[in-house]
Design a protein around this ligand. Structure first.
Ligand code: ATP
Length: 303
């Protein structure tokens, strides 16, 4: 079994804390690393790939430290987010160059290109490739040495639906083969479709962990607090409190607004505009009133 163990890991850049005391284990199969932009996903992935040392804590693969451990690098493949590639090379030359870095030859490159079904375009220059084709060639490069761990940073960004499905199939297959596959994304639906297990990070912290049902439930069932201003706050409050999705409403005199606590996110977001319309009330402001996980979660659901 191949597992990456992240133990009390923090990483800071100057005074920016990108990853804050995270502990998690990534085992075989497909895991989704979910979090909004800037949550620390790339930083965490770079530490798992051995590109970056943690500022504190440890990142190990089956007990062996990953940073500066060449033996361990052989077991890991990384598909980075960045687009910069050698556009003047053909796909095949690019993958061969990567194979050579691992002390391997053209045969390994050819096998990896076949795995991602890119043989048909391997002799074309990368500059002529679509986004999905580039992604697949990057993936072939990460696979040349047949790593047991595959890490992908936002692999679906900018892909069209067909390319996305194709990559999903490929990753599913790798997970089914028993590899440890981890990919990051800021879109819940994307992660749900693919990952049996999801780890959520928000603002550098580990926010939740579980299968997609559990994560979705966490995101939608939590109480959400909103600050609402309207043309008739009293009438709006009276109409909303009658519905079970609203747990509490108070009039905030200093803010001249309603503070609403909703317990059923989906129902409440449907209820609010409907009730306002039915009572002829105009909504001026509807905003999450805290920057806690709840509001970030609701953002993720809406993304
Ligand atoms: N080399 C660096 N120097 C300074 N700050 C950095 C560096 N790398 C990351 N950060 C900061 O750390 C935080 C986390 O960034 P990171 O790229 O890991 O997040 P992310 O979840 O991958 O987001 P995105 O999807 O937008 O890349 C951000 O505030 C970012 O600005």
């Amino acid at each position: 079994m191949t597992a990456i163990q992240i133990d009390r890991v923090s990483r800071w850049f100057g005074n920016v804390v990108a990853v804050n005391d995270i502990t998690m284990t990534i085992g075989p199969g497909v895991t989704g690393l979910l979090g909004p932009n800037g949550a620390g996903k790339s930083t965490l992935i770079n530490m798992m790939a051995g590109f970056l040392p943690p500022s504190s804590g440890s990142v190990t693969l089956d007990g062996a430290p990953i940073w500066r451990n060449e033996q361990v690098y052989k077991a890991i493949g990384l598909v980075p987010e960045r687009e910069a590639m050698y556009d003047f090379l053909t796909g095949k030359d690019f993958v061969i160059a990567n194979a050579e870095l691992h002390g391997l030859g053209a045969a390994a490159a050819q096998k990896a290109l076949a795995t991602v079904e890119m043989e048909y375009a391997q002799d074309r220059k990368i500059s002529t490739y679509s986004k999905g084709m580039r992604q697949r060639v990057k993936m072939a490069s990460a696979l040349v040495h047949e790593p047991s761990v595959l890490l992908l940073d936002e692999p679906f960004n900018g892909m069209d639906p067909r390319q996305r499905m194709h990559l999903m199939d490929l990753l599913r297959q790798m997970g089914a083969e028993g590899r440890t596959v981890l990919f990051s994304s800021h879109i819940l639906e994307e992660v749900e479709q693919l990952a049996a297990h999801i780890e959520v990070i928000v603002a550098g912290r580990h926010a939740a962990s579980g299968d997609f049902r559990k994560i979705r439930r966490l995101m939608t069932d939590r109480p959400h607090r909103y600050l609402v201003r309207s043309s008739d706050d009293r009438a709006l409050a009276a109409a909303l409190i009658a519905d079970a999705s609203t747990a509490g409403i108070e009039l905030d005199w200093t803010e001249k607004a309603l503070r609403i606590q909703a317990i059923d996110f989906t129902r409440f977001t449907e209820l609010l505009p409907r009730v306002a319309r039915e009572h002829g009330i105009r909504l001026y402001t509807v905003q999450p009133s805290d920057e806690s996980l709840e509001s970030v979660f609701s953002y993720l659901v809406a993304a």
